[in-house]
Design a protein around this ligand. Structure first.
Ligand SMILES: [Fe+2]
Ligand SMILES: [Fe+2]
Length: 228
C-alpha cells in the first residue's frame, strides 16, 4: 500500500483521513489528544480549535514525520550511517510499533466477527516489539559501539547472530502480510483499521530498508577484513 499524496493543506483535511493516510500520524494525534477515530470527519483546523491547540504546532508535528525520509540516500561514513540507523529506524520503530499494537487490539475487539478481521495481529506485533527491542539493544550496546572503535573487520560472530535475527524479523513480516492480504483493507473499514494497515505497511517498508542497510552496507565492513 502506498501513501496517498494530497495537496490540500493539512488544516483543511479531516483528522480521520490524515490518520488513515499519513503513517505515524495517530501517535501525534494521541499525544495532542485529538480524536481521529470517533470524530474523524472533523478538519484538522477545527479539531485543533476545539481542543485549544495551536493548529500550526499540530501541523508542524505532522510534517516532521517526513514520510519521504526513508528514500533519502543513507550516509556512507560508518559513524554517520550508524547515527542514521538509530534515529531513522530504531527510534521510529519504538515510537510507532506500540501505536500499531494498540490499534490492532482495538480492531480485533471491535470487529471480532468481521470475516476479514486480522485475528492474532496484535499478538504478532507484540512478539515483534519484544524481539526487535532485544535485537536493537544488542546493536546499540555491543555491536555499534565496537564498530565505532575500529575501522573494519573482526566482528563476525556477533554479526552472524544479528543476521540470523533479521531472518526471524522477515518471517514475522511475512506472517503479518499473509494475515492482512498484504495490508488490503476490506470495504468500509473504519479509520482505525485504515491507520493500522497504512502504519503496518510503513513498518514493513522501514524494517526491510533498515535490515538492508545493516546486512548489505554496514555489516560487510566488519566481516570482510576477518575473512581475508
Ligand atoms: Fe538495527
Ligand atoms: Fe538489526
Amino acid at each position: 500500500m502506498s501513501t496517498q499524496i494530497s495537496t490540500t493543506p493539512l488544516r483543511n483535511r479531516t483528522v480521520g483521513e490524515i490518520a488513515a493516510t499519513m503513517p505515524g500520524a495517530t501517535a501525534i494525534f494521541r499525544s495532542f489528544k485529538v480524536d481521529f477515530c470517533c470524530h474523524g470527519e472533523v478538519a484538522l483546523g477545527e479539531a485543533a480549535r476545539e481542543r485549544g491547540i495551536d493548529v500550526a504546532e499540530l501541523e508542524k508535528a505532522l510534517l516532521a514525520l517526513d514520510v519521504s525520509e526513508g528514500t533519502k540516500p543513507a550516509p556512507r561514513e560508518t559513524g554517520e550511517l550508524i547515527d542514521h540507523i538509530l534515529t531513522r529506524y530504531h527510534e521510529t520503530l519504538r515510537r510507532e510499533l506500540p501505536e500499531l499494537i494498540a490499534m490492532a487490539d482495538k480492531v480485533e475487539a471491535v470487529h471480532a466477527r468481521h470475516p476479514q478481521v486480522p485475528h492474532g495481529m496484535a499478538d504478532i506485533l507484540r512478539q515483534m516489539l519484544g524481539e526487535v527491542e532485544v535485537h536493537m539493544k544488542k546493536e546499540e550496546l555491543i555491536l555499534f559501539p565496537a564498530m565505532r572503535k575500529r575501522a573494519a573487520g573482526g566482528l563476525d560472530t556477533p554479526i552472524a547472530q544479528l543476521r540470523h535475527e533479521h531472518v526471524d524479523h522477515g518471517a514475522q513480516l511475512e506472517q503479518l502480510e499473509h494475515m492482512t492480504g498484504a495490508f488490503t483493507l476490506p470495504e468500509g473499514a473504519c479509520r482505525t483499521w485504515q491507520a493500522l494497515y497504512v502504519g503496518s505497511a510503513k513498518l514493513a517498508d522501514d524494517l526491510i530498508q533498515h535490515i538492508h542497510l545493516e546486512n548489505n552496507i554496514l555489516f560487510p565492513r566488519y566481516e570482510e577484513a576477518s575473512r581475508s
